[in-house]
Ligand binder design. Structure first.
Ligand code: PLP
Ligand code: COI
Length: 355
């Protein structure tokens, strides 16, 4: 797919890909050769270009740095055995970016710029897409306000940028999570349902406290009662209670994850009972006590399927069944990986090939 928006391309003199083992790099620290940039000013998108990945000079007064008019997406490209590169559900990321843009009073990015830039970038940097079983190229599209002005107002100028980095596993091991009943991630009427930078900044301190207690992540609860679970870190939450897949229903405090939707679609396709609804901590503890809480996991683009092996709540740890016994999440993890790597039928037409 190519956009009709003219994209000028300045190629790197010599690719840096041979300096890395792309199948074995830490998450998010090694960036591919090129980046895509589109600039917005005077009420419209002005120009789009690809250039070698680099630091760019910007004023320290730009409004995104001060007031957080900054949003992003996270998506992945995969390479199959023939060396072909495909994206997983990129249109969903495109739509979600613009949902975030609207909520943060930012201009929407036209599809031809988002998709055109993405595909052009991937064509240039296809050598950076890992070939390993669990590897992928993590893609980070983001939109930032760039007005050099200290007054608090929606910026008049913006940059939409895409950078990419080879990625392996985000969590190397199954995780232990702590139910957070003091701090909150999102409130009704807030920005929890969009991918705004501020959602992540505010999560770091409570997460640090949980990590000091030996947990990798927190489970956020609703801001009003702290009784219902919402999300964990950068993941949506899934439980298997008895034979039913249960996940918190969406609202304005939860990000509508694309992985979440994919997991639910597969579960329904396999004839499983799926419930999207409020889940209280008490319900989870009772199910655990009766031996009915069979599986718990987080799902997201970076994290893929992250098994939760223990939940801490109110000073007590609730160990969950061994990962080897978890039929649904093991199957869903494998099937998603196979669809992405072109090894299983793509029944829902999730993959988009970069040709
Ligand atoms: N929830 C939050 C807060 C996230 O940051 C993410 C990651 O993108 C998700 C859920 C999962 O969303 P997706 O599956 O679209 O990556
Ligand atoms: C993603 O899963 O894409 C995320 O956004 C997580 C990220 C913040 C590392």
């Amino acid at each position: 797919m190519t956009g009709t928006f003219d994209i000028s391309i300045q190629k790197i003199a010599k690719s840096k890909v041979s300096e890395y083992d792309v199948n074995n790099v830490p998450f998010g620290k090694c960036f591919s050769d090129h980046m895509f940039v589109a600039e917005y000013s005077d009420g419209k998108w002005q120009k789009a270009y690809i250039m070698p990945y680099q630091n760019v000079p910007m004023s320290y007064a730009i409004s995104s740095l001060h007031y957080g008019q900054a949003i992003f997406e996270g998506m992945k490209a995969y390479k199959n055995e023939k060396g072909e590169v495909s994206l997983f559900r990129p249109t969903e990321n495109f739509k979600r970016l613009n949902k975030s843009a609207i909520r943060m009073a930012m201009p929407e990015v036209p599809e031809e710029i988002f998709m055109g830039g993405l595909f052009e970038l991937l064509r240039l940097d296809s050598a950076w897409v890992p070939t390993s079983e669990t590897g992928s190229l993590y893609i980070r599209p983001f939109l930032i306000s760039t007005d050099e002005a200290i007054g608090v107002k929606a910026s008049d100028t913006y940059k939409f940028i895409i950078i990419t980095c080879p990625a392996g596993k985000y969590y190397s091991e199954p995780i232990k999570v702590l139910v957070e009943t003091n701090y909150i991630r999102a409130v009704k009427g807030g920005i929890g349902f969009v991918k705004a930078a501020g959602n992540y900044g505010r999560s770091l301190y409570p997460t640090k406290l949980a990590q000091q207690k030996g947990y990798q992540q927190v489970i956020w609860t609703d801001s009003e009662t702290h009784q219902y679970v919402e999300e964990s870190g950068t993941m949506n939450l899934m439980f298997v209670i008895g034979d039913t897949v249960v996940t918190p229903g969406l609202g304005d405090t939860i990000l509508a994850g694309i992985t979440r939707d994919s997991v639910l679609t597969l579960a329904r396709d396999w004839g499983m009972r799926v419930e999207e609804r409020k889940i209280s901590i008490i319900e989870l503890i009772e199910a655990h006590e009766k031996g009915l809480l069979r599986e718990a996991f987080g799902c997201g683009t970076a994290a893929t399927i992250a098994q939760i092996v223990g939940i801490g709540y109110n000073g007590k740890d609730y160990p969950l069944p061994p990962v080897e016994e978890r039929k649904f999440s093991t199957k869903v993890d494998e099937v998603l990986r196979n669809i992405r790597k072109g090894k299983a039928e793509d029944k829902f037409k999730w993959m988009m090939k970069v040709d």
